[in-house]
Design a protein around this ligand. Structure first.
Ligand code: GSH
Length: 202
């Protein structure tokens, strides 16, 4: 059975929880309080030298880290990963976009606002994240204006990867009402079989 080291509010962790749930895997959930440095202990660094969740123990004593790599591993040979060479590359395209052009803006803004009223330095950091976050949302909106899902018009881990922080972008101060195609896509993703919410406990 898989063991997932995770932290409930994390969108990166949620990607893996959602993938495991939709593929109907039983898994052991181990909550790590990242605010108390629980991922930075020697014991955890032996599991993931980068000291972060999500980390998946996929076989006894064997670990995989990076949310999008974990999703890709789990989705291999399932309906969540397309078969064609081009579509698989397009899945990776959107997952790399998520990590470089989306998560550093939208997830970081949410992280700042989740921890109370920002001080002056955090407020300036928040402001610096706004343009990049809006640019990422606009790219998603344009893409979704003529397709139901990100790759091959079929639900895949590209959608899960982008859904994780987009559906809580309002918690980072991003108003999604200006993005109708994206808002409709969020509803389609939430309506997929065996969907779980970011707040669901395991
Ligand atoms: N690129 C990584 C990012 C992982 C990450 O930043 N995890 C955060 C929580 S969302 C974490 O574990 N932070 C704890 C720390 O840095 O000590 C992924 O996609 O898995």
């Amino acid at each position: 059975m898989y063991t997932l080291y995770d932290y409930l509010p994390s969108g990166n962790g949620y990607k893996v929880r959602l993938t495991l749930t939709q593929l109907q895997h039983n898994f052991r959930y181990v909550d790590m309080d990242i605010m108390k440095g629980e991922t930075r202990t020697d014991s955890f660094l032996n599991k993931n030298p980068n000291g972060r969740i999500p980390t998946l123990e996929y076989a006894p004593g064997e670990f995989l880290f990076e949310s999008n790599a974990i999703m890709h591993y789990l989705a291999e040979g399932t309906v969540l990963l397309p078969e064609s060479r081009l579509h698989r590359a397009q899945v990776l395209q959107w997952l790399f976009f998520e990590q470089y052009s989306h998560e550093p803006y939208i997830a970081v803004s949410r992280f700042i606002l989740m921890h109370g009223e920002p001080d002056a330095a955090s407020a300036a950091r928040l402001e610096s994240k706004r343009g990049g976050g809006l640019a990422a949302l606009k790219i998603m909106e344009d893409h979704l204006s003529d397709t139901d899902f990100f790759v091959g018009n079929r639900y895949s881990i590209a959608d899960i990867g982008l859904y994780a922080y987009t559906h809580v972008a309002d918690e980072g101060g991003f108003d999604l009402s200006a993005f109708p195609a994206l808002t409709a896509w969020l509803k389609r993703v939430a309506a997929q079989p065996d969907h779980c919410r970011i707040t669901d406990t395991f």
